[in-house]
Ligand binder design. Structure first.
Ligand SMILES: Nc1ncnc2c1ncn2[C@@H]1O[C@H](COP(=O)(O)OP(=O)(O)OP(=O)(O)O)[C@@H](O)[C@H]1O
Length: 303
C-alpha cells in the first residue's frame, strides 16, 4: 500500500507537485496519468526516496522508503526507462544488483526467465534495444520479489507482444495481492490494464476513481444511428431533448436517449433503422476532457 499525504515538491519557484494525497491499495492495478510535466515522475521519485518532499509525506506499507530495511524486497521500481549503459551482460548486471542486496543468483535466473530475456541475457546490456532495455529494467525491479511495484512508462518502446506481456504480467501480480502503480501515456493500453486511475494535472490530483466510473463521469454515451430517414428521426426525438450530430450521409450520433428508446420511437413512427449502436466514451475521451485545462504544452489542432 502506498499512501501519499499532502505531498508537495517545489523546485525553486516552480511547484511540480502540489498538496497531493492518494492511496494505492494492494490487489489492483492503479494507473497514474497526466499530461507531460504534470508531476507523475516527481511523485514516483518521492515515493522511492529519490526526491525529498518539500512538504507532506509518502509511505510504502506504512514506512517512508528510505527507512525500509530491505527496500528491494518491498518495492520494485522502474523509473528511468533508458537502456542501461553498461559493458556488463544483462545477467551480470542483475547479479551485481542482487549481490549488493543479498539476493540469490537463482533469483536472477528466475527474473530473466519471467521477463523473457534469456536469449540475450549474456549479451552486453548497453547494446540492448529500447524494448529489451525495458524488459531488463522490469527484471531488475522484480529481483527482490517485492510486494509493491512502481513502473514509470513500462511499455515505452515495447513491441505489441511486449506491451501485452506487461499488461498480463501486472494484472497477474495485482491479482496475487500486490500493489501496482503504473504510469503510461498510452490511454488505450491503460484502459486494458488499470482497474483504478489517478490523474494528475499541473501537480494536482484531478481525479482518483475506478476506471469505468471515470469514463462514465467524463464522457457522454451516444448512439450511432443509420437510417434513410434521419431528419424525421431527429424531429421525433427533439422534444425529448435528444441532440444529433451528423457523421456522414445517413449516419448520425445521438446523445440524450438510450438505444432502446430511440429504437422504440423509430418503430412507433415507422422510421426504418439500418444500424443502432450504443457507443460509450473511451478512457482517452475522458482523459482529454479532464485534463483539457491542465495541459502545459498544447498541440495546434489540425485543420
Ligand atoms: N529536477 C528538476 N528541477 C526543476 N524542475 C523539475 C525537476 N524535475 C521536474 N521538474 C519540473 O516539475 C514538473 C513536473 O515534472 P515531472 O517530470 O514530474 O512530470 P511528468 O508528469 O512525469 O511528465 P512526463 O509525462 O513528461 O514524464 C515539470 O514542470 C518539470 O519541468
Amino acid at each position: 500500500m502506498i499512501v501519499a499525504d499532502h505531498l508537495t515538491k517545489r523546485y525553486g519557484t516552480r511547484t511540480a507537485v502540489s498538496d497531493v494525497s492518494f492511496t494505492v491499495p494492494p490487489g489492483r492495478v492503479t494507473g497514474f496519468l497526466g499530461p507531460n510535466g504534470a508531476g507523475k515522475s516527481t511523485t514516483m521519485r518521492m515515493i522511492v526516496g529519490l526526491d525529498r518532499p518539500t512538504a507532506g509525506s509518502v509511505t510504502v506499507n506504512g514506512t517512508p522508503y528510505d527507512r525500509l530495511r530491505a527496500p528491494l524486497t518491498e518495492v520494485g521500481v522502474l523509473l528511468d526507462a533508458k537502456a542501461v549503459h553498461t559493458g556488463r551482460s544483462a545477467r551480470n548486471h542483475l547479479r551485481v544488483m542482487a549481490a549488493t542486496h543479498g539476493i540469490s543468483r537463482s533469483r536472477v535466473d528466475e527474473v530473466i526467465e519471467i521477463t523473457g530475456i534469456a536469449s540475450v541475457a549474456d549479451k552486453r546490456a548497453g547494446g540492448f534495444s529500447l524494448g529489451m532495455g525495458q524488459r531488463l529494467g522490469i527484471a531488475a525491479s522484480l529481483l527482490g520479489d517485492p510486494h509493491t511495484l512502481i513502473l514509470d512508462e513500462p511499455v515505452n518502446g515495447l513491441d505489441p507482444e511486449g506491451v501485452r506481456w506487461v499488461r498480463e504480467f501486472v494484472r497477474h501480480i495485482a491479482a496475487e495481492g500486490r500493489t501496482v502503480l503504473l504510469s503510461s501515456h498510452l490511454m488505450s493500453e491503460m484502459a486494458l490494464t488499470a482497474d483504478h486511475v489517478i490523474v494528475l494535472g499541473r501537480g494536482e490530483v484531478l481525479a482518483d476513481a475506478p476506471l469505468p466510473e471515470l469514463v462514465r463521469s467524463w464522457t457522454t454515451e451516444v448512439v450511432l444511428v443509420r437510417s434513410p430517414e434521419l431528419s424525421r428521426l431527429v424531429e421525433v426525438l427533439a422534444p425529448e431533448g435528444v441532440t444529433a450530430t451528423r457523421v456522414e450521409t445517413g449516419l448520425a450520433s445521438f446523445a440524450g436517449a438510450s438505444a432502446v428508446r430511440i429504437g422504440d420511437l423509430a418503430a412507433r413512427h415507422g422510421i426504418p433503422l439500418h444500424e443502432l449502436t450504443p457507443r460509450s466514451g473511451s478512457l482517452e475521451d475522458a482523459y482529454l476532457a479532464l485534463t483539457g485545462d491542465a495541459i502545459e504544452y498544447k498541440t495546434k489542432e489540425l485543420a
